[in-house]
Design a protein around this ligand. Structure first.
Ligand code: NAD
Length: 253
């Protein structure tokens, strides 16, 4: 699998911006129907993308919100074949800072969205995928979870973010094993520095550093480069249970 065609349905979180939006656009260009799920209302974006794009305003950390988003996807398109979990936040704080200790709620929030929310979307969309008619490779679905190079090379001030992204990698193998018998592949992508809204929020100095970290090319990644990899993973049936670093060789020291 998976031939991306007019009958393919993708559920993409974080699709109002950055990597999720790039993947959603690429899937639409390839002919799929795409559910754009984001906490920032994605209606405007979806309207520009045409009839095969469905906007759902969802907070992935709210189980009711995820449930109704997946239900609206099934109501509109009948099923889900592909899930791309790109919703995420990157709170920054050192464990001991000028204003005192790291706020626990800030730490918890990173996990609620980056880990619990991502897992909830995995389980609910897998629950739909398991009923798909398998293709010629026996495949019913593909899940791609967005981690981060921070899982391995977390910077100062990234304890919450790096550990939440490590959890995304940690859950991938057991979930892939759990879902293998159903013909559902699960992979994660660990992007290096990418030029998105997330990076736009950083200081000029940090952005300059982000452009310097990759070995080659020495620049931040382009969202299209993420989308290209996501579509390759979908199309390549032998890619399963692995985390792919997409980072220009960046090893953040
Ligand atoms: N940009 C980078 O350098 C970089 C590097 C490594 C990993 N990542 C990861 O890539 C993913 C996409 O990030 P991006 O760079 O495109 O950032 P982005 O800020 O452009 O996009 C993230 C999207 O997630 C959405 N979101 C946040 N919390 C949400 C919630 N609770 N429910 C639903 N949607 C929510 C935001 O509204 C936003 O549209 C994130 O998981 C991020 O951690 C980014």
């Amino acid at each position: 699998m998976m031939n991306i065609s007019g009958s393919t349905v993708a559920f993409v979180t974080g699709a109002a911006s950055g990597l999720g939006l790039a993947a959603a656009r690429a899937l639409l260009d390839a002919g799929a129907s795409v559910v754009l799920a984001d906490r920032d209302d994605p209606s405007g974006v979806a309207a520009e993308l045409g009839d095969r794009a469905l906007a759902t305003k969802v907070d992935v950390s709210e189980p009711d919100s995820v449930q109704s988003a997946v239900e609206s996807a099934v109501k509109r398109f009948g099923t889900v074949h592909l899930t791309i979990n790109a919703a995420g936040i990157a709170p920054a704080a050192t464990i001991l800072g000028r204003r005192g200790m790291h706020d626990l709620d800030k730490f918890r929030r990173a996990f609620e969205i980056n880990v619990f929310g991502l897992f909830d979307v995995c389980r609910r969309t897998a629950d739909i995928m398991q009923h798909n008619v398998p293709d010629e490779n026996g495949e019913r679905g593909v899940i791609i979870n967005v981690s981060s190079g921070a899982a391995w090379q977390g910077q100062r001030g990234q304890a919450a973010y790096a550990s939440s992204k490590a959890a995304v990698i940690g859950m991938m193998l057991p979930i892939a094993k759990d879902l293998a018998a159903l013909g559902i592949r699960v992979t994660s992508i660990a992007p290096g520095p990418f030029d998105t809204a997330m990076a736009a929020g950083f200081s000029d100095a940090t952005r300059a550093t982000m452009n310097e970290i990759p070995l080659h090319p020495r620049r931040m990644g382009r969202p299209q480069e993420f989308a290209d990899l996501a579509l390759h993973i979908v199309r390549n049936p032998y890619l399963n249970a692995t985390t792919i670093a997409l980072d220009g060789g960046a090893r953040m020291v």
